[in-house]
Ligand binder design. Structure first.
Ligand code: PEP
Length: 250
């Protein structure tokens, strides 16, 4: 039985006051939620105040990115410092990092290893572009991103890793993958995890869907056999929308 995860990626939004206001609303209205893990990834500037504000709450904090080393790396943040400020997880390989900041699978793999070594959980994002989908290369892309991103990991470390399937054409566009398209990709990823690791990794790894998840489409997505929750961007910025998504109906 895989416990669903609903994670909010706030990206580069929210001042500290705004972040505290949103966190307070989530804490008040989601504290009674059972059998769903809630994760929020605010901008770095809001991590310390949110760690304090959420300390008696089951809502977990995540970083949006990290760098796989410490020392003379101006402007970067390490997994150790994310843990120190109260993060339990970190998002790695988001398509905005891959496409806007030219992050390669190899670099993403280094970050994943560094984050796991520092004791963080990882939300590892993969997904094809529209061109790749139109060229029937979706599975090929998902396979190479997964194979390279998870290279060198063992089955034991996979219990702290969650995969997020985020088709690039669905992120921030309002165009969600259909339930069937999402399920097909998730099923492929689960089988691939079985081939790369073993059947227990395939069975136990949570695979989240991300890409224009909203209150109107979460119930259909979460009913799919291989969809274990959602990574939510835009709709995680509004308390009402995120709360409705977290209170999905199965
Ligand atoms: C995301 O950025 O991870 C995301 C899924 O964004 P949105 O929900 O806005 O499409």
């Amino acid at each position: 039985m895989r416990t669903p995860i609903i994670a909010g990626n706030w990206k580069l939004n929210k001042t500290v006051d705004e972040a505290l206001g949103l966190a307070k609303a989530l804490k008040e209205q989601l504290n009674d939620l059972k059998n769903v893990e809630i994760i929020v990834a605010p901008p770095f500037t809001a991590l310390a105040p949110l760690a304090e504000a959420l300390k008696d709450s089951p809502i977990l904090l995540a970083g949006q990115n990290c760098y796989p080393a410490e020392g003379a790396y101006t402007g970067e943040i390490s997994p150790t410092l994310l843990r120190d400020v109260g993060c339990r997880a970190v998002i790695i390989g988001h398509s905005e990092r891959r496409h806007l900041f030219a992050e390669t699978d190899e670099f993403i793999n280094q970050k994943i290893k560094a984050a796991l070594a520092a004791g963080l959980r990882v939300i590892f994002c993969i997904g094809e572009t529209l061109t790749e989908r139109n060229e029937n290369r979706t599975f090929e892309v998902l396979e190479s991103q997964t194979r390279n991103g998870l290279s060198g990991l063992d089955s034991a470390s996979m219990n702290r890793l969650t995969v997020a399937y985020e088709p690039v054409w669905a992120i921030g566009t309002g165009q969600t993958a259909s339930n069937e398209q999402a399920q097909e990709a998730h099923h492929f990823i689960r089988e691939l995890l079985g081939n790369l690791f073993d059947s227990s990794v395939a069975e136990n790894t949570r695979i989240l869907y991300g890409g224009s998840v909203k209150p109107e489409n979460i119930d259909g997505l979460i009913c799919q056999a291989d969809i274990d929750g959602a990574l939510v961007g835009g709709a995680s910025l509004k308390a009402g929308d995120f709360i409705r998504i977290a209170r999905f109906k199965q």
